[in-house]
Design a protein around this ligand. Structure first.
Ligand code: HEC
Length: 506
């Protein structure tokens, strides 16, 4: 039913608000957490590596230093030092004639070879820094200089060409960075080592330096709280960013929804206003028409009161007026869909034929009527009275559209089949349901309609000069709807109008 329903309740229930689901938020936070954890792990690892590099550099530097002062001692062929409890004469130098000498002052001095000196320096370093140095050889002159397992491995590698060895090892349950480099026999070494059978260039042995890892590990561990704080702050900032970002987005979406709702409410409002307006037109139109009818009736009643002999002239006029009023009521009921229907098998062919014959008399002479009805009966289920009203309304409208001018009115009836997916739309643009239909087509060569008029002719009491007066078209629509049919409207200004009515075939 068009237009009559004046319900003003805004239908906004169908509007769904765009709530962002929580899942992606959690996923984003988890991703962010993993990313930060990844960065933290990578950063800590880099810091650990830098500490390892430092420890290794310390080991190498210590070795180089050992080598330098050893060379110094070798350069002098050993050096004389005072004999003390900690520095007794080296028994392995007993074959050297001047091993122990006495200074003119009476002070006793003994010759200190480079290895002896290195040993003593290493002892001091160990006491002071827990830095372990060890001069050693696979063939030690001094048994106490014997290589440990790791050193033996390294020395063997040196003999087969390697020049240094570095790794992290455990000594006495503590972790150390161990570094060892080979020492080759030079000319100056031969003075004391030639007797062992060494030649120039042989690997005499090596010095191993062991740097305790503990302080570096300490540094790595103590950096953790600081790093955890930094990364924690970055993580929190990120999470806050994600959460507020989501909230802002939600806010934006809410705003958008609200704007949409407002727009919809506005449209609803306008629509209601239009409904009210057309309701006003309807009431006004009805009042006007009834007023005219009643004026006629009252007028003739007045005549009858004073001139009873006029009864023969007046009664038919009063009857005609009452007839018009009854017709108006029928149209209104049809428009409102409130007609009491008597549904039965109706032969549309016969019905249309009868109506055309009946109406021919009322159509002006200038209009040529062409009728083309299907040969067979076209049966539908419906109320014959109402169906007659449709035919009548369409023919009268068409005739009025032609008006005084020369014109043609074509009426045809046929059975058509609308298949699923056929792009057939009704006057409102809705698809017409598939099925078999009786199709009544009324075409006039009248003035036609533009878009504006086309959209309005189904409103009650909307009138153009030539088309759609009173309740004719609205009532037609009401009846078609009650019969589950459809209506198509084709019209262009100056091109005439075609209306097709589809009624489901029985
Ligand atoms: C003044 C004599 C003397 C000279 C010169 C000398 N050494 Fe020795 N070196 C010794 C004696 C003695 C020992 C063993 C006792 C000790 O550890 O003091 C020794 C020990 C070593 C050791 C430790 C392993 C072991 O055999 O006990 C190495 C390695 C070594 N010397 C390498 C060299 C090299 C390389 C040179 C030359 C750059 C050199 N020495 C020059 C006398 C000398």
């Amino acid at each position: 039913m068009p237009h009559v329903n004046s319900s003003s309740q805004a239908d906004t229930d169908g509007l769904t608000s765009s709530a962002i689901p929580l899942r992606p938020l959690y996923q984003l936070i988890i991703f962010w957490t993993l990313l930060i954890l990844g960065f933290a792990a990578w950063d800590s690892y880099q810091f650990y590596l830098s500490q390892l590099t430092t420890a290794k550099a310390v080991a190498r530097d210590n070795f180089n230093k050992d080598l330098v002062y050893r060379r110094w001692a070798t350069m002098h062929g050993g050096v004389y030092v005072p004999i003390t409890e900690r520095t007794p004469p080296n028994p392995y130098l007993s074959h050297i004639p001047d091993r122990d000498i006495t200074a003119p002052s009476g002070k006793s001095l003994t010759l200190m070879n480079p290895a002896y000196m290195t040993r003593q320096v290493h002892e001091l370093a160990r006491e002071q820094y827990d830095l372990r140095g060890h001069i050693t050889s696979l063939k030690p002159i001094r048994p106490a200089n014997v290589a440990d397992a790791w050193e033996t491995e390294a020395l063997k590698a040196f003999e087969s060409g390697a020049s240094e060895s570095m790794s992290q090892e455990m000594i006495d349950g503590e972790s150390y960075i161990r570094f060892m480099k080979s020492m080759s026999v030079e000319e100056a070494c031969l003075k004391c080592h030639a007797s062992q059978g060494y030649k120039n260039g042989d690997v005499r042995g090596g010095i191993s330096i062991s740097v305790p890892w503990a302080p570096y590990r300490e540094r790595v561990l103590s950096a953790i709280p600081g790093k955890a704080t930094t990364f924690g702050i970055v993580w929190i900032v990120g999470v806050i960013g994600i959460v507020t970002g989501r909230r802002n987005l939600q806010h934006y979406l809410d705003e958008r929804d609200r704007a949409e709702e407002e727009k919809l409410a506005m449209q609803q409002h306008l629509q209601n206003a239009r409904k009210l307006e057309s309701l006003g037109v309807l009431a006004g139109g009805l009042a006007h028409d009834f007023n005219n009818i009643l004026a006629t009736i009252i007028g003739y009643c007045g005549i009858l009161k004073f001139r009873p002999e006029k009864v023969a002239d007046s009664i038919p006029e009063i009857e005609k007026a009452a007839e018009r009023a009854a017709e108006l009521c029928r149209q209104m009921l049809a428009y409102a869909g409130k007609t009491q229907s008597v549904i039965m098998q109706v032969d549309m062919t016969t019905l249309v034929d009868e109506m055309v014959r009946l109406l021919k008399a009322t159509i002006p002479q200038n209009t040529v009527i062409k009728v083309d009805l299907a040969a067979d009966a076209t049966m539908i289920q419906g109320d014959s009275e109402q169906l007659r009203q449709i035919v009548k309304n369409l023919i009268i409208n068409a005739s009025e559209a032609i008006g005084e001018a020369q014109g043609e009115l074509r009426i045809s009836l046929a059975t058509t089949e609308i298949r699923e997916g056929d792009p057939l739309r009704d006057y409102q643009g809705k698809f017409i349901a598939a099925g078999r239909y009786a199709c009544l087509e009324v075409t006039d060569t009248g003035c036609g309609m533009d878009d504006e008029i086309r959209s309005k002719i189904f409103e009650p009491f909307y009138t153009t000069k030539f088309f759609g007066r009173g309740l004719g078209m609205p009532a037609t629509l009401g009846i078609i709807a009650a019969h589950k049919g459809a209506l198509q409207l084709f019209s262009q200004p100056g091109q005439g109008t075609t209306i097709k009515v589809y009624l489901p075939a029985a």
